[in-house]
Design a protein around this ligand. Structure first.
Ligand SMILES: [Zn+2]
Ligand SMILES: [Zn+2]
Length: 410
């Protein structure tokens, strides 16, 4: 009896993107060696003393007024602080900004430069990198929430630097992932120093950097919820664990909504790509989400037959459909909408696939009976209802609903 062949896939090399490599370097240098990462000071830092000092200056003496900018507050709070305290704070602040695309390299360097001269400050790749080497573009609230984000980062770093026994970055990242996962899904224990009650995106960022294979880089909790609400229905057995669900959604949508042939992008987020973003971002209600998704789906289906053949390399992730099949379906239905009988000069009508998701996955399996002619209005409605309930994949159910609605466009 021969054993089934086992395919061994090499683990994805996250280190090819700077943010993951820089994160590892930061942990190695700052947490394991207790040295500054963003300045050139080489002395071993007394982190315990620094955490206490930062707690006194940044937390106990926090300035709650909103009319003073973060920078001004920090300069006042750390006025007269030791060099060590400033180094530690600047490193933590840098970590908050490091993986974000929309925080400039100059800004990332400025946290050290406010206290240290240019030649005392590190330079190079750890500051200067762009997409795809960053992990996210976090949105204005991440910047506005900076004070709390930094406090949350302080807590994570203080916890891991107080726990003994980390000898390598891998074990350290495992622990950081645990701390951040529990902060996101169970909340932060109130008694902790640097405890924040607000939801902080830094936990998601660190969770992703620490264990990118398991956790998506969706920095905002509301984004995570929105994505799951909008796309949850495309997954056959949706997991109640949102992180798992995000992975399921991405795996399901990648063949249709992926925008790049680059296999690396399978491992990276794509919910923020320009095609997918409008489907969920700023869609406040389920209704808005469904309408924008329906518009996208119809457009995609309409382009499908044109993309057959030669254009595959460019548009390989869109659905493909045989132009012959499309024509056959229209002829069979006499260029007439099967739901409302709209007909105009053998033009205008669309061809709808009863199960668009299965068409994304197996375009070659499309059969004539999966396709039906619909007018544009009925077609949009079909996709709208499909977003509410998968029973509208069934021809009779779909036609019954559309006939009941009787769109009066003709
Ligand atoms: Zn359709
Ligand atoms: Zn119609």
């Amino acid at each position: 009896m021969s054993l089934p062949q086992r395919r061994i896939t090499a683990p994805f090399d996250w280190g090819r993107f700077h943010s993951y490599r820089v994160f590892d370097e930061f942990l190695e240098r700052f947490v394991l060696q207790r040295k500054s990462y963003i300045t050139l000071h080489d002395g071993r830092l007394n982190l315990d003393a620094a955490w206490d000092d930062i707690e006194e200056r940044f937390i106990a003496a926090a300035d709650e007024s909103s009319d003073v900018v973060f920078e001004t507050k920090v300069l006042a709070q750390f006025d007269g602080a030791s060099e060590e305290t400033k180094i530690v704070f600047a490193n933590v602040e840098y970590l908050w900004a490091m993986p974000m695309e929309n925080i400039s390299a100059a800004k990332k360097r400025s946290y050290a430069q406010r206290w240290f001269r240019d030649r005392e400050t590190s330079s190079g790749e750890r500051f200067f990198f762009n997409d795809p080497h960053t992990i996210a573009n976090p949105g204005s609230w991440y910047l506005r929430n900076k004070y709390y984000e930094i406090v949350a980062a302080l807590r994570v770093l203080k916890l891991v630097t107080r726990e003994p026994g980390f000898t390598d970055v891998t074990a350290l990242k495992r622990r950081i992932a645990e701390i951040c996962h529990s902060a996101i899904y169970e909340g932060v224990p109130k008694g902790d120093t640097f405890a924040v009650e607000k939801v902080c995106g830094i936990h998601s960022a660190l969770l992703h950097l620490a264990d990118p294979d398991r956790y998506e880089s969706i920095i905002s909790a509301s984004h995570r919820n929105q994505i799951c609400a909008v796309f949850g229905h495309v997954v056959e057995n949706p997991s109640p664990d949102l992180e798992v669900l995000l992975k399921q959604i991405r795996a399901t949508l990648y063949p249709s909504h992926g925008v790049s042939e680059d296999p690396d992008f399978k491992y990276r987020w794509f919910f923020y790509s320009k095609d997918v973003r409008p489907l969920w971002i700023d869609k406040k209600t389920r209704k808005e989400q469904r309408v924008s998704s329906a518009i996208f789906d119809v457009r995609n289906e309409e382009e499908a037959a044109d993309l057959e053949g030669a254009k595959d390399e460019v548009t390989g992730h869109r659905i493909r459909r045989s132009a012959k099949l499309v024509k056959a379906a229209k002829e069979r239905d006499k260029y007439t909408c099967r739901a409302c009988n709209f007909h105009f000069q053998d033009q205008i009508v669309h061809v709808h696939h009863l199960d668009p998701i299965s068409e994304y996955k197996h375009p070659k399996d499309t059969k004539p009976q999966d396709l039906l002619t619909l007018c544009p209005t009925c077609h949009y409605l079909a996709h709208y209802w499909l977003r509410t309930d998968p029973q509208f994949k069934r021809l009779e159910v779909l036609l019954e609903m559309l006939k009941k609605l009787k769109p009066r466009c003709n």
